[in-house]
Design a protein around this ligand. Structure first.
Ligand code: SF4
Ligand code: SF4
Length: 380
């Protein structure tokens, strides 16, 4: 029955949940589920899992731009029909994986994918730079301070050699969020690209009582920078808010709550870079990423300043870190002062925590290393 807008509840189906994943398992995976013996990475982007039964599942991982058309999905389906009995899957980082149960069809699949130029680049396994987990940006969200798909394309173009190889000390996870709601993984990634504002919100007194729950906007502020206030609109007194610009750190939470407090600004907005986060428990505990570059301008369409800083960090890390060491583990071993020196990143006061529990991030020790930066204070 078609949807009847005059009778919206009739025939309504709800609360079904997702299809059960077992309906979509390739036969070799369904037959060996929970009975895998070991796996190997045969080449960048190509894995084999061997089951206790001796069955093998070959997986070919390809990069995807995440934001994809139906035509692109249909092409993925055609490839899966041809080589993988119609099965495929997406990874937690939005790569695509094709699985086959024979080496011959795996080789044919790889040759086919390579024949489609760089549309389906093979890689993203092992000590590589895999796909960038990212957000909506200017494509769809109303609170971003930068774009998502644009910077991700620019950064992945520049680091493409690391997607299809495994030459780094360990995997490098890059993530992007276009505002500090941090949808996704920026707070816990080796390298994080984060959209930030640098100007306080404007208050549209004419609209605010009509579109905002004022107490919500006030309580949205992590710094208590918003207080109730009266304003004059067309000679009438209205209830509104006042923002103490000296206290505001431009987080944009009030705008999330109140559409009459916009703060996006083409010159003020840009990108901050954070470094050193991880989620796995391997060798060291999970870590939060830390702010190392407070501001880079929004320079669409290729964001060259952001691309350059990230490449520098990756190259210095690749040369200096020990095998299996993630970026955060490397930075902590050499000392963050050495990280800034080696990566040629000027240290600024913006990297010094000043929010509530800040004290524990300062150095309560005489242990530190002299760097070029400290030499400026100690040479006389
Ligand atoms: S990170 Fe912010 S701007 Fe980006 S999609 Fe999430 S809420 Fe929207
Ligand atoms: S932008 Fe953030 S810090 Fe500034 S007033 Fe709004 S909620 Fe407060």
């Amino acid at each position: 029955m078609g949807y009847d807008p005059n009778n919206p509840m009739e025939g309504r189906i709800t609360d079904l949940g997702p299809r059960h994943y077992s309906e979509m398992l390739p036969p070799v995976i369904a037959a060996n589920k929970g009975k895998w013996d070991y796996h190997e990475i045969l080449a960048p982007g190509v894995l084999v899992h061997v089951a206790e039964s001796g069955d093998k599942c070959f997986t070919v991982r390809v990069g995807s731009p995440r934001l994809i058309s139906i035509e692109y999905i249909r092409e993925l389906c055609d490839i899966a029909d041809k080589y993988c009995k119609g099965y495929l899957r997406f990874t937690t980082r939005n790569n695509v994986e094709f699985m086959t149960d024979s080496k011959e069809s795996c080789d044919a699949l790889i040759a086919d994918l390579k024949g489609r130029t760089t549309k389906f680049p093979i890689g993203g396994t092992g000590a590589s730079i895999t796909n960038i987990v990212h957000t909506q940006g200017w494509i769809h969200c109303h609170t971003p301070a930068t774009d998502a798909s644009g910077p991700v394309k620019a950064v992945m173009d520049d680091l493409f050699e690391y997607f299809g190889s495994m030459v780094l000390p360990a995997q490098v996870r890059i993530a992007l969020a276009c505002c500090l709601n941090m949808c996704g993984a920026v707070h816990a990634s080796d390298i994080a690209i984060l959209g930030i504002h640098r100007k306080p919100p404007m208050v549209d007194h004419g609209r605010i009582t009509g579109v905002c729950e004022i107490p919500l906007a006030i309580s949205a502020c992590p710094l208590g920078a918003i207080k109730p206030a009266k304003a004059q609109v067309d000679g009438k007194e209205v209830k509104s808010v006042q923002v103490n610009a000296e206290r505001c750190m431009f987080c944009g939470n009030c705008y999330t709550m109140c559409p009459a407090m916009p703060l996006a600004d083409p010159d003020g907005d840009g990108i901050a870079i954070l470094v050193g986060g991880k989620v796995s428990n391997s060798k060291s505990m999970p870590k939060f990423s830390k702010l190392v570059v407070p501001f880079l301008p929004n320079t669409p369409p290729r964001w060259p300043e952001t691309v350059q800083v990230i490449r520098k960090i990756v190259e210095v890390y690749a040369k200096d870190a020990r095998k299996y060491e993630r970026i955060g583990e490397w930075a902590e071993r050499i000392g963050w002062e050495k990280f800034f020196e080696k990566c040629d990143i000027p240290f600024t006061d913006k990297s010094i925590d000043d929010y509530r529990l800040a004290y524990d991030t300062w150095r309560t020790s005489t242990q530190f290393k002299f760097t070029k930066a400290t030499a400026a204070y100690t040479s006389k």
